[in-house]
Ligand binder design. Structure first.
Ligand code: UT7
Length: 343
């Protein structure tokens, strides 16, 4: 008797990004306001990080609300209806309610029917991780269109008295619709992790530890410590400059694309000096437009790449159909890079 065989699941031959959209909170925090919290200067912040201002979300601008706004724009640009979305992936480290995933509520609000929906925690590489998963879902026949969202309210995790991080983080959401394509639109993802450096960007304490210390629990009046994000900036900076340039080059090589063929370089907006160092290492010609969204947006972790992508397309710095090199890197440590065709 022949063994029963599973019918192969087949999807589209290739995938690409069909639409991108962003949401930036209303409240602008200029460097001058940050200087009310920490001992620093506008000049130091600008020269060391490239940041002039960032956006911080208000109470109404929740992770879900910002995601829905960004996704609506991506869906409109893709020209599809929400019911066609067969997967919702939300990359975030700042949705502070652990269960259930926020993705299901976002899917519900958007009208994505019963689409599978889940959150992923891959910090500043979250958007790239999401793209890789979406690409696999579409080519594997498990979804026709997938919504990938990178969203953060890092202001909730920012210690305003910590001069090494208070000026860096921002809030916002970026979304992309990934769907079938006749030609390759997402190159091989070069992704990975380095858990030996888990402590260089980390929450100060786990929620349970912080809660156990709270007055409410132990009744002895020990100070409750909110588990803010802490970053040991220098090792992260060195890792980003040395290791991530190699990862970016691998993504170019895997896609069979040379730096001069790019229509845009869209690195995670961590620090303008990291971006400049990568440009040098990659020998990127001056003619290639580079995302510098960090100046007005700060570091929005998972949201930074789609937000920067949307801005470059809106301002006309980059064009639909151009090839863009994207690379995300951050807490974990984790990273993900790929060449993509811009929507
Ligand atoms: O998104 C995830 C990935 N994240 C990143 O990739 C971020 C990587 N790291 C960085 O971007 C940078 O390390 C920072 C922007 C966080 C810091 O820049 P840095 O050039 O590495 O500064 P540093 O920590 O080496 O400090 C240099 C000096 C020190 O003074 P001395 O010892 O040279 O006298 C600090 O005390 O700057 C001082 N300093 C400040 N001065 C004014 C540190 N923070 C501040 C501040 N304002 N806010």
């Amino acid at each position: 008797m022949t063994k029963p065989q599973i019918r192969p699941a087949t999807g589209a031959q290739y995938s690409r990004i069909h639409g991108v959209g962003g949401y930036r909170p209303v409240r602008v925090i200029p460097n001058a306001e940050v200087l009310e919290w920490i001992d620093s200067s506008d000049e130091w912040i600008r020269t060391r990080s490239g940041i002039a201002e960032r956006r911080w979300a208000g109470p109404e601008e929740s992770v879900a609300e910002m995601s829905v706004q960004a996704a609506g724009k991506a869906i409109a640009q893709a020209g599809i209806s929400p019911e066609q979305i067969g997967g919702v992936i939300v990359a975030t480290v700042s949705h502070l309610k652990q269960t259930p995933a926020i993705a299901t509520q976002i899917a519900e609000r958007l009208g994505c029917g019963n689409a599978p929906a889940f959150d992923i925690s891959a910090a500043c590489a979250g958007f790239g991780y999401g793209l890789g998963l979406a690409d696999g879902m579409i080519r594997g026949g498990n979804a026709e269109y997938v919504l990938v969202i990178g969203v953060e309210r890092l202001s909730d995790l920012t210690d305003k008295s910590d001069r090494s991080t208070a000026f860096i983080f921002g809030d916002g959401a970026g979304a992309a619709i990934v769907g079938p394509s006749d030609t390759p639109g997402i190159g091989k993802l070069i992704w990975g992790s380095d858990g030996s450096q888990a402590d260089v960007i980390t929450q100060t304490e786990a929620w349970d530890t912080a809660f156990a210390k709270s007055d409410a629990v132990n009744g002895v009046g020990e100070e409750t410590k909110w588990p803010y994000l802490r970053m040991d900036g220098q090792p992260v900076f060195r890792w980003a400059v040395w290791e991530m340039a190699k990862v970016a080059q691998q993504a170019l090589d895997a896609a069979g694309v040379t730096a001069d063929q790019l229509g845009a370089f869209i690195p995670h907006q961590a620090n303008m000096r990291i971006t400049d160092a990568m440009i040098k290492a990659l020998k990127l010609p001056e003619s290639v437009p580079v995302a510098r969204d960090i100046a007005e947006t700060g570091n929005t972790s998972a949201a930074s790449i789609p937000l920067a992508m949307e801005r470059m397309l809106e301002t006309g710095e980059a064009h639909s159909g151009d090839l863009a090199l994207i690379i995300g890197f951050g807490a974990g440590l984790v990273y993900a890079a790929a060449v993509v065709t811009l929507p």
